[in-house]
Design a binder for this molecule. Structure first.
Ligand code: IPD
Ligand code: CA
Ligand code: CA
Length: 266
C-alpha cells in the first residue's frame, strides 16, 4: 500500500469508529440542505472535522475538499499539489435510520488524479482500499469486478437525488431500464455502490447528480478492480451522469441510457 492509502485508511478507520460509538445517542437531524429530505447530522460535521484535523496535522500543505465544509487551501495555498476529497458519511439517510449501508469516503488526488481511495463501511466492518496501479482490496482480498455479463443479465445499482423534479426524471429513466436488466438495487450510498461493482456484488451502477466526494475514492476502487468509469458520450464521470461497469456491459448500459436522455430536466 502507498503512504497516501495507508494514511487515508488510518483516518477513515478512526472516523468510522467515532461514528459507530456516537451514532446511538447523536444521530438526530440538525439541518436540511438542498431539499427537506437532504439532511446533515451533527455527526456528518464531527466526522469531517476529525478527518480535516488529522489531514492538517499530517499534511499541512495539502488542499482539502469536504462535503460539509467545502474547499480549504492548506498552508501556502495548497502548494503540495495534493488534495484530499472527503465524504464524511456517504449514505446519511441510512445512517439516520439505522441501516448498515453508510461509509466514510476519503480520496487523495495528486495533480488532479486520484491516486488513493478508501471507503470504510464501518457498520459492516469492511474497508475497501485502492491505490493507482496497485489494485483494489477488501482486507487481504484483491477485488475483480464481474465480466462478461450481458445487459439482460445484469444486476444494476442506481440512486436518486434529493430534488423532486430531478427524481421524476430519474423515475422515468429507471422505469425504462428495469425491463432490460436482471434487476435494480438502490442501496443509498454511491461510494458503497461503486465498491459493490468492484467486489462483483452488483454488475453495474449509474446515477445522475453525484458529486466528486461521493465517487472520488470508490471510483478508484472500481477502476482498479477492472471496471470502466465514465459519463455519457466519452465524457469523464461527472455530476450529470456517472456510469460504472466492466467494459462490454459499460457500453451496453451507456447506449441504453444515452437513448433515454437521462440528463434532461423535468
Ligand atoms: C448520497 C448517497 C446516495 C446518492 C445521493 C448522494 P449523502 O450521499 O450517495 O446513494 O443517491 O445522490 O447524495 O447525502 O448520503 O452523502
Ligand atoms: Ca454522499
Ligand atoms: Ca455525505
Amino acid at each position: 500500500m502507498t503512504d497516501f492509502a495507508r494514511l487515508a485508511e488510518d483516518i477513515a478507520r478512526e472516523a468510522g469508529d467515532m461514528l459507530l460509538a456516537k451514532r446511538p445517542t447523536m444521530s438526530g437531524v440538525v439541518e436540511t440542505k438542498s431539499s427537506p429530505t437532504d439532511v446533515v447530522t451533527a455527526l456528518d460535521r464531527a466526522s469531517e472535522e476529525l478527518i480535516r484535523s488529522r489531514v492538517r496535522a499530517a499534511r499541512p500543505g495539502d488542499r482539502f475538499l469536504g462535503e460539509e465544509g467545502g474547499e480549504e487551501g492548506g498552508e501556502e495555498g495548497g502548494s503540495s499539489g495534493v488534495r484530499w476529497i472527503v465524504d464524511p458519511i456517504d449514505g446519511t439517510v441510512n445512517f439516520l435510520y439505522g441501516l448498515p449501508e453508510w461509509a466514510v469516503s476519503i480520496a487523495v488526488e495528486v495533480d488532479g488524479e486520484v491516486v488513493a481511495g478508501v471507503v470504510n463501511v464501518a457498520p459492516r466492518g469492511e474497508v475497501f482500499t485502492a491505490a493507482l496501479g496497485e489494485g483494489a482490496w477488501l482486507g487481504g482480498e484483491r477485488l475483480r469486478c464481474n465480466t462478461g455479463v450481458p445487459l439482460a443479465g445484469a444486476l444494476v445499482a442506481t440512486g436518486f437525488g434529493y430534488g423532486a423534479a430531478r427524481r421524476a426524471v430519474q423515475g422515468e429513466v429507471v422505469a425504462s431500464v428495469l425491463p432490460r436488466v436482471r434487476d435494480i438495487r438502490r442501496g443509498g450510498s454511491c461510494a458503497i455502490d461503486l465498491c459493490s461493482v468492484a467486489a462483483g456484488r452488483v454488475d453495474g451502477y449509474y446515477e445522475r447528480g453525484v458529486n466528486h466526494w461521493d465517487f472520488a475514492a470508490a471510483g478508484l476502487v472500481a477502476t482498479e478492480a477492472g471496471a470502466r468509469l465514465g459519463g455519457l458520450h466519452g465524457r469523464p464521470a461527472n455530476s450529470e451522469l456517472l456510469l460504472c461497469a466492466a467494459p462490454g456491459l459499460f457500453e451496453e448500459l451507456h447506449d441504453l441510457l444515452a437513448g433515454l436522455d437521462p440528463e434532461r430536466d423535468a
